[in-house]
Structure formats: structure tokens, C-alpha cells
Design a protein around this ligand. Sequence first.
Ligand code: COA
Length: 159
Amino acid sequence: MTIAIYPGSFDPITKGHLDVIKRAATVFDKVIVAIAQNISKKPLFSVKERKEQIEDALQSIANIEVDSFEGLLVDYAKNKKAKVLIRGLRAVSDFEYELQMALMNRSQYDKLVTVFMAPNEKYSYLNSSIIREIAKLDGDVSKFVTPYVCEKLKEKFTQ
Ligand code: COA
């Protein structure tokens, strides 16, 4: 059984992330979407809210689990008996940072293999900060996030 982890802050999850997760679920026996806590970013949504958003989007796919973690990713991967770390490569500009992370993670735990996947090109310019900014300024993000996330963004910015 090959378990793969797809880590990120997912604040919020976008269709770009979902595209990568769905592709990964066709390749690996189990995909754990792991929400990172305790990173330097100050999140808009709590871990619980982000978990609900991801579960809502992926409820029809049986081999996906949504979880959260604190501390080093490699320690979490060991605990989960994961052999694979999935990362999305959207553009060449992602490469340097991703290579650094992959090599650093490997230096800590060499049994964990990083696999890069390319999301659909129509989502290649997305990230979560830009979605939050557009939503905050009352722009339309419905092409880039699920209806549930769209609703939750509206609620956050009209509170
Ligand atoms: N579609 C759309 N957006 C995407 C995307 C995709 N396919 N892939 C990445 N992004 C976005 C993310 O939403 C994020 O946007 P933001 O910066 O506006 O929030 C941005 O691209 C960067 O993504 P990523 O590099 O995945 O950052 P992240 O914060 O989501 O996750 C961790 C980084 C959590 C994986 C990393 O910090 C980590 O492993 N932390 C644990 C501590 C640790 O082990 N550190 C040592 C690492 S060597």
C-alpha cells in the first residue's frame, strides 16, 4: 500500500490544489491532504475550517484522508508510514524552492520520495493569497474555488 502526503497551508484550498489531489488519488493507494499548522503565515481560516472546506470538495473520493500536522513534515510522514510526498509544480518559478525543499526533506528522511505533479495549466497562476485578496476586495473567485469555499470567503469578509 503506497501512502502519499500532499502538504500545504490550503488557506483556502483552490481548484489548482484539487486538481493535483485528484490526479494523485489515481496513482497512489491513499492520499493524505495534510494541513500545515504553525507555519509563519497568519491564516485567514482555522485548521478546522480548512479541513471542512477540503472534505467538502473531496467527499466523493474514497482514498483521500484530510488531516493536519505540526512540526517537521518528515516526522509526520514517518508517523503516517508515507513513502511519497506530492508537490505541485505550477511554473518554472516554483522549481528552485521545490528542489530545495525536496532535497532538504530527503536529507532528513531519505526513504521519503518527492513526486512533482503538474496541475492543469488553467490553474497555473493561482495561489491562496491572491484568492484571499480578490475575495476581500469583493472580486469574483468562483472560477478558482469551490462554491462552498466561495461562500466561506464571503462570510469572512462581510463579518
Ligand atoms: N494550485 C494553486 N495554488 C497552489 C498550488 C496549486 N497546485 N500549489 C501551491 N499553491 C500555492 C499555495 O496555496 C501557496 O499560496 P500562498 O503562499 O498564497 O498561501 C503557495 O502556492 C505556496 O505553496 P506551498 O509552497 O505549498 O506553501 P504552503 O504554505 O502551502 O506549504 C509546507 C508549505 C507546509 C509544505 C512547508 O512549509 C512544510 O513542509 N512545513 C512543515 C515544516 C517543515 O518540515 N519544514 C521544512 C521543509 S524542508
